[in-house]
Design a protein around this ligand. Structure first.
Ligand code: SAH
Length: 500
């Protein structure tokens, strides 16, 4: 049977797709249906037909899965930010576990067919899951919201309709933390007081002023900084607005970011403090972190503590180990592990994040952590290939991004030891191949891989197997309630002599 666009058809959903959508087959041809759940009988209309697969839109659920729940958010379907709101939280965890399992077996080429428990192979791997213990809502400590006009000329903010730049006005986002939502509502009413028709940026004409509102909230310290992203470096039009925003009781600082490019990238390079500090502080466990607006910080700190706890458990530190924390951001994992290690070396590409990491070590009186700014694949490749006899000056020369000012230039790295444990926490694209080879050569006893994309995790595990590493344990730590995003912590260790 060949399907055509706009054809209506009844389907039985068999499994989850990569983004939590339902997958059904018609005579072997795969159809993806957003919002449909495995086990359900649904009525759909075909929207796109490709050679090997197609897409269909859910029209009605004929026979609902027990996992189906009513989404809380009224704009859930149009916004598209929470792909999983129509399933119970247990089903969300099941989807994420299955996704990791699927990637590990299919892309990572680990064998096994039992789910979600063990992956039998050369080693027995158990997939653990740590989910939310309370209500899986109101967690995000950071928002970047577009600002625009509604049809009556009122200033509104909200979320873009999926795959477009039309703003859906939205006062209460159910995954955003409540303090941020309250402040956003107050900011919009202040902006409307000063609304002269030119306050908001128009991306088609590339004129106007305010592009986005960016807010970060330290949930443990209650510090909340508002950043207005502006199209021009001139705040005269909004000086009074910013004064009023700073007077809000929940706001601890106001800053601006200048982004005058025609681009979809939200922020530009330059942040300027207007009132108070542009940094926020927050705590994970008993460690305080100072966080610049441009530095990465996990969005669900409550679950992050559990994630780092798992990384610490997998690292099995006794106090004698040298640990490399690659892609270290503001030093979060490094400092979390430092108390249990002999020494930690963190590597990160964003200069401001490394400055934060060094400050964070000081704030917490941690003296056994060092931080190097640069691309992990370059820094580690130099450290490993130049050998331990090179001086740090050589490393500086070959990796120009090393922070010369703050690093102790001239200090020999001969006193550096190769790592006993390497932690990696890369962006979604995973680790650079050059980095995988350098880690393979450095030959740590254990690798703890913190991943926000199970597909690249599985690919990198397959590459690390070539260096004699085997996956021992893996844990899904659900940081992104209601969304398709999957965070996994995996432990690899050396079981055989490397072929390389
Ligand atoms: N471990 C940290 C940060 C993880 S996010 C935490 O949990 O908070 C990934 C980090 O990798 C970001 O800070 C990003 O700036 C950094 N990064 C991206 N590419 C990099 C590269 N090639 N080398 C080093 N760091 C990189």
């Amino acid at each position: 049977m060949s399907l055509v666009k706009n054809q209506e058809i009844d389907l039985t959903i068999e499994s989850f797709g990569n983004s939590g959508e339902g997958v059904a087959h018609v005579d072997g041809y795969a159809l993806f249906v957003s919002g449909a759940l495995p086990g359900e009988r649904v009525h759909v209309v075909v929207t796109k037909v490709k050679k090997n697969y197609g897409y269909a839109r859910l029209l009605s659920v004929l026979d609902a899965s027990p996992d189906r729940v009513e989404p809380l958010c009224p704009v859930y379907k149009r916004c598209g930010g929470c792909e999983l709101q129509h399933m119970s939280y247990e089903a969300q965890l099941r989807f994420k576990t299955e996704r990791v399992y699927d990637c590990l077996t299919r892309i990572g080429r680990l064998s096994g067919n039992s789910l979600p428990g063990e992956i039998p192979g050369e080693s027995t791997v158990r997939l653990e899951v740590i989910g939310c213990e309370g209500e899986p809502w109101h967690y995000r400590n950071k928002v970047q919201l577009p600002v625009g006009y509604d049809k009556d000329g009122n200033i509104v903010t909200g979320f873009y309709v999926a795959r477009s730049h039309e703003i859906i006005p939205c006062d209460e986002c159910y995954i955003q933390d409540k303090k941020i939502s309250g402040v956003v509502t107050e900011i919009i009413s202040i902006l409307n007081k000063y609304n002269n028709g030119a306050l908001v940026y128009d991306e088609t004409e590339h004129h106007g002023l305010i592009r986005h509102i960016y807010i970060r909230h330290g949930q443990q310290t209650d510090q909340l900084v508002v950043c207005l992203v502006l199209n021009v470096d001139d705040t005269r039009l909004i000086d009074d607005c910013m004064y009023e925003i700073n007077s809000l009781s929940d706001v601890s600082g106001v800053c601006i970011n200048i982004n005058n490019k025609r681009t979809n990238v939200i922020t530009g390079d330059k942040y300027i403090s207007v009132f108070g500090d542009i940094f926020i502080e927050d705590k994970i466990g008993d460690i305080t972190f100072r966080i610049a607006p441009e530095s990465f910080y996990q969005v669900n700190p409550h679950m992050t503590e559990k994630l780092y706890g798992k990384a610490l458990e997998y690292a099995s530190l006794t106090g004698n180990e040298v640990v490399w924390d690659l892609y270290c951001g503001i030093g979060t994992i490094s400092l979390f592990l430092a108390k249990k290690a002999k020494k930690v070396v963190g590597v990160e590409i964003v200069d401001q994040a490394i400055k934060n990491a060094k400050e964070n070590a000081k704030i917490n009186s941690i003296n056994n952590a060092e931080f190097i700014c640069g691309a992990a694949e370059e820094i580690i490749d130099s450290l490993v290939n130049d050998g331990l006899q090179s001086s740090i000056a050589d490393v500086t020369a070959s990796t120009l991004l090393v922070d010369e000012d703050q690093y102790e230039i001239g200090r020999s790295i001969s006193d550096r030891e190769l790592p006993d444990v390497v932690v990696v926490d890369p962006p979604r694209k995973g680790c650079d191949e050059k980095l995988i080879s350098a880690i393979g050569k450095a030959s740590p006893a254990r690798i703890v891989y913190v991943s926000c994309d199970p597909a690249t995790l599985a690919r990198d595990i397959a590459r690390l197997r070539e260096f004699g590493y085997e996956l021992k344990k893996a844990c899904v730590v659900d940081q992104f309630w209601q969304t398709k995003h999957v965070e996994t912590c995996a432990l690899l260790s050396k079981t055989s002599v490397s072929a390389v």
